[in-house]
Design a protein around this ligand. Sequence first.
Ligand code: AHM
Ligand code: MG
Length: 332
Amino acid sequence: MESKLALQVGTTLDRFIMRKQEDFPFATGELSQLLRDIALAAKIVNREVNHAGLIGIGGAYGAQNVQGEDQQKLDVIANIRFIRALRNGGEVCTIISEEDDEMIQTGNCKGKYIVAMDPLDGSSNIDVNVSIGTIFSIYRRLSAFGEDGVMNDCLQPGTQQVAAGYVIYGPSTMMVYTTGNGVNGFTYEASLGEFYLSHQNIRIPENGNIYSCNDGNYWQFDEGTRAYLDYCRKASMTARYTGSLVGDFHRSLLKGGIYLYPATGKAPNGKLRLLYECNALAFIAEQAGGIATDGKKRVLEIQPTELHQRLPFIIGSKNMVEKAHTIIQGQA
Ligand code: AHM
Ligand code: MG
């Protein structure tokens, strides 16, 4: 449903969210407030990211997160900032974060929503000043109000997302999100402290010429995936891979392309996480006309069984993902 009021140049994220809410007269405004809380935390993290090189908080924290990966100081800071914003906001009862093994209870037992997030994805890129991002998914809780959220609230398939998005901290900082009614992007104007609508109703091109995959893993991929990468090379497609999922996905979304993180010898179930990396981007891709799968199934229909579940991941332009499936499944 399109907003009743025409959107004008200079529309801020706040105003956009407000106008969208006017389309739903019975809505309580809690989801709108939650999106604003996320945007506020993103502004704070953006400031930290911009200052990281200056105040010496880039680099490893010296600890490891639950998956045995080095935690960067900024990962920790971003995690704290987002949790704090969601706790203060009051709409969220439970958070799932890449940085925390267990569910995080905010203490807002009346909160309607669950948030799954990767507070700072692509953190190996922080020290080298390459784009990084925050990814988030929002679900309605299933359990009764008045208590903490439970595992069942967190293990919902991606089809149940009520909103999802990402923030990319790059040459410009942008927030891109969907509430299931198209995808819109907002660019941050730091001097004014506002996100402005800059990319209205984003549609991912059906075709593209860019493939994005860690080619160094080539010999760890299955035969089908290798055949697809051979096809990309023979077709002289352009290879682009930063190691920052948000950046690589954002490029595909705007220009057309395909991103693949297949299973490898080292990561036999894939590397990326369903709840706070893949589902959000899959929701956005589909809302923009693209496709996201684990190589066989639609990502959004996968029933999660654990918080930090991993999966192989293919996402991008419709025709490119379909072609990849055909080749990977040996039908080419
Ligand atoms: P992270 O959550 O630890 O940052 O890992 C996720 C990142 C993605 O952003 C990126 O696409 C991928 O891992 C890169 O992995 P690799 O270095 O194995 O290619
Ligand atoms: Mg991550």
